[in-house]
Structure formats: structure tokens, C-alpha cells
Ligand binder design. Structure first.
Ligand SMILES: Nc1ncnc2c1ncn2[C@@H]1O[C@H](COP(=O)(O)OP(=O)(O)OP(=O)(O)O)[C@@H](O)[C@H]1O
Ligand SMILES: [Mg+2]
Length: 289
């Protein structure tokens, strides 16, 4: 018995690791916040680059109409946006452009406004996004604007997963709570994951997260789990100014290591639903009708 047991453990330990289950569609994650300027775009860009370095095929979807957007942070100029895809004769391959670090990016541009009044031809065009997403991406990260506008809520509702960004400032917490209240009240989502950005230290980040988690538990039926912290660090602002995301220009900085942890948690934390891309596209069409 003893010998057989030893053999079995030996054989078991010699087994090659099981390959991760092949994804049949991408994970679609909306990155959002209650208050503006808390670091969503910076997170989307640097997280996207980190996931790409880990071999994931990442598409960044810029759904924010703001100025400091993804292409500015990456230092690239998109030849076309979602608008040309909807109203022009541009194909998906022409509209999705390649950015540094192996990223694929699609810029909503003024196409985001147009989502509210699409005719049947353009709705059909939106559905054509699906095969592209299914075949070419593992992660779709959607950079939404801040707050509870129709646009933001539309993208947040359409995405299967939500990452909520806060800073430890009280106004960021109260605005985040207002957003969660809407998500919970209208049963848009019953859970989200929290990233605390610009904290002085881990303790300050945990305190901010706990405050929000406590009120979400007590007053709303909403599960807010903790995804991670990014500390206040000047390399983030430098990266924005120089259009060189910090995970590329300062790969060994503490914030880059935090992004590495965040990316690992995202990759390992959840099984992918094969329907996430379908859900995203179909809900966008329904919600922006
Ligand atoms: N961890 C950090 N440390 C230092 N500065 C940071 C950090 N995160 C973000 N910033 C600064 O905050 C600014 C705003 O970040 P970002 O544009 O990513 O926010 P946002 O939430 O996307 O804003 P908006 O709501 O306007 O879209 C950046 O230009 C950067 O200088
Ligand atoms: Mg932004």
C-alpha cells in the first residue's frame, strides 16, 4: 500500500500542468468610477499592456468622450473610430488599430453619441463586431466615463464584469456609492471589483475599500470585492505627460508590480463566460435604442 501510494504521488507530481481551458470568447470588463479623474484610463492602458505581456489578446475600447483618452496616453493617432465603422465603409480591421505593446484599440470617438440613434443598417454593423471579438480577443477592457450618465451606465450594464476605481478621497467614495446604488437598484449588476488608486499606503487603501464595502453590504445587496491597490506615484503622471505608459517605461517600479498583481488576479480570478461578448453587443444594442 505504502509503495503504491508513493508511486501514485510520484506519477501525479510528474503530470504536466493542465492547460488552461481554452476561452471561447473574451471577458468583457468595464472600468468605471463615480468621480472623474481617479485613474480609469491610466488603469485600462497599463493593465491592458500587462495582460498583453502575459500573452493575452487585449482590446481596449475607448468609450469615454473625455479628452485625456486612451490614444493620448499611448501616443497614437487612430486613423478611424467607431463612427467610420458605423457610417463609413471601414471594416473592423481598419477601425481597430495596433498600439504599442501588442494592444488592439478601438476608439469610440463621436460614434459613442451615435449609439443612441442607430438605424437597422448600423445595428447590423454593431453585430458584426461579435465575430471579431470572439476570434481575436481574450480581454476587452472598456474605458467608460465617470458618473451615472446614460452613456456610462449603458457600457457598464453591457459588460459582464465591472471594475470600479476609487481614490481614498471622501468625494470619490460618495460618488462611487451613488453609482453602486444605481447599479444595485436597477439590478444592473450585483457585484463589482474595486481598485483603490492613489493611496499613500496599503493601509489607507484598505480603509477606503472597507468603508465602501461596509455600506454596500449594509444598505445594498451588492458585493464589492477587493481587486487591488495602486499607490500614489509620480511615474504615473510622468508616463501620461510623456505618452509612455509606466509599465513600459518603468517596468520595475512599485506601481508596475501592482499592475502585475492585478493582472494575475484578473486572469486567475474568474472563469470566462463564453457569452460575455454576445451579451456585450446585444445589450449595447438594446440599451442604446
Ligand atoms: N497612481 C497614481 N499616482 C499618481 N498620479 C496618478 C495616479 N493615477 C492617476 N494619476 C494622475 O491622475 C490623472 C488622471 O488619471 P486618468 O486620466 O487615468 O483618470 P480618469 O479616471 O480616466 O479621468 P476621466 O474621468 O477624466 O476620464 C493622470 O493624468 C495622472 O497624472
Ligand atoms: Mg479617462
Amino acid at each position: 500500500m505504502d509503495q503504491a501510494y508513493k508511486l501514485r504521488t510520484l506519477v501525479d507530481s510528474a503530470q504536466p500542468p493542465q492547460p488552461r481551458q481554452r476561452m471561447t470568447g473574451p471577458r468583457v470588463i468595464a472600468v468605471t468610477s463615480g468621480k472623474g479623474g481617479v485613474g480609469k484610463t491610466s488603469l485600462v492602458v497599463n493593465l491592458g499592456l500587462t495582460l498583453a505581456r502575459k500573452g493575452q489578446r487585449v482590446l481596449l475600447f475607448d468609450a469615454d468622450l473625455g479628452l485625456a483618452n486612451i490614444e493620448v496616453m499611448l501616443g497614437v493617432t487612430p486613423p478611424y473610430t467607431l463612427y467610420e465603422f458605423l457610417y463609413g465603409d471601414k471594416s473592423m480591421e481598419e477601425v481597430v488599430y495596433s498600439a504599442p505593446g501588442g494592444l488592439q484599440v478601438i476608439s469610440g470617438g463621436s460614434g459613442i453619441h451615435e449609439l443612441a440613434h442607430l438605424d437597422s443598417t448600423q445595428r447590423q454593423r454593431i453585430l458584426e463586431l461579435l465575430p471579431f471579438l470572439r476570434a481575436r480577443t481574450d480581454f476587452v477592457l472598456v474605458d467608460t466615463g465617470a458618473g451615472i450618465s446614460k452613456n456610462v451606465l449603458g457600457f457598464v450594464s453591457a459588460a459582464e464584469e465591472v471594475v470600479l476605481v476609487i481614490t481614498p478621497e471622501p468625494t470619490s467614495l460618495t460618488d462611487a456609492y451613488s453609482l453602486i446604488k444605481v447599479l444595485a437598484k436597477f439590478k444592473v449588476h450585483s457585484e463589482a471589483r474595486l481598485v483603490v488608486n492613489r493611496a499613500r499606503d496599503e493601509q489607507e487603501a484598505r480603509q477606503a475599500a472597507t468603508k465602501l464595502q461596509v455600506v454596500c453590504n449594509r444598505f445594498l445587496d451588492f458585493n464589492l470585492s477587493y481587486l487591488g491597490t495602486i499607490l500614489e506615484d509620480e511615474v504615473v503622471g510622468q508616463g501620461v505627460k510623456e505618452q509612455q505608459p509606466f509599465v513600459l517605461s518603468k517596468p520595475s517600479s512599485s506601481v508596475s508590480r501592482s499592475l502585475n498583481l492585478l493582472a494575475d488576479c484578473l486572469i486567475e480570478g474568474k472563469d470566462c463566460s463564453p457569452q460575455a461578448a454576445d451579451m456585450f453587443i446585444n445589450r449595447l444594442l438594446r440599451l442604446f435604442r
